[in-house]
Design a protein around this ligand. Structure first.
Ligand SMILES: Nc1nc2c(ncn2[C@@H]2O[C@H](COP(=O)(O)OP(=O)(O)O)[C@@H](O)[C@H]2O)c(=O)[nH]1
Ligand SMILES: [Mg+2]
Length: 159
């Protein structure tokens, strides 16, 4: 089973991304990790997605959950800039340097894509501002989600 840890700063767009996955199924927790309360997790196309926000990922208590990931999906807010993800990225590399990291830059409305080519990032996907459902929630475009899922599967195949 392949586990994808969705992480990033608070408000970056992690929950939006998980909510936008097509055909969301039940999450099966990895074995050999302490039982923890996840506020967002699901399966999709054979992948198990779970959200861990930056402050939690930086702490020691969830280290096993970081180690359980077969891929990291690091969500960054385009407006915050690449420097804002460097600290968390360093932590991911420290815990699991062989685990591929897909960087998804959310709310992308154009700019210098190359600036996001950070060390430790295996691939970058840009996610444009999706559809706003209501004041609290947005939803990404299905074609963009397909693109992200394809890239993830690719990274997992070569890993
Ligand atoms: N317009 C727009 N709003 C977004 C987008 N992604 C997230 N948001 C909004 O930003 C807020 C935080 O997003 P959320 O996915 O909950 O972030 P999380 O803290 O990383 O899980 C929510 O109000 C979302 O509706 C986006 O692509 N476009
Ligand atoms: Mg969230």
């Amino acid at each position: 089973m392949n586990y994808v840890m969705v992480t990033g700063a608070m408000g970056a767009g992690k929950s939006t991304l998980i909510r936008s996955l097509p055909e969301r199924g039940v999450f099966t927790p990895p074995s050999d990790v302490p039982e923890m309360f996840l506020d967002n997790a699901c399966s999709c196309q054979g992948l198990q997605f779970y959200e861990i926000d930056e402050p939690t990922a930086l702490g020691e208590r969830w280290t096993d959950w970081l180690g359980a990931a077969n891929a990291f999906l690091l969500v960054a807010d385009a407006d915050a800039g690449p420097a804002a993800v460097e600290f968390l990225l360093a932590r991911l590399i420290l815990v699991s340097s062989d685990t591929p990291c897909l960087l998804v830059v959310s709310r992308w409305s154009g700019g210098r894509r190359n600036a996001w080519q950070l060390p430790g990032v295996a691939a970058i996907e840009l996610l444009s501002p999706g559809t706003v459902l209501d004041e609290e929630r947005a939803l990404a475009q299905p074609e963009e989600m397909e693109r992200i899922l394809t890239q993830l599967q690719l990274l997992l195949e070569v890993a």
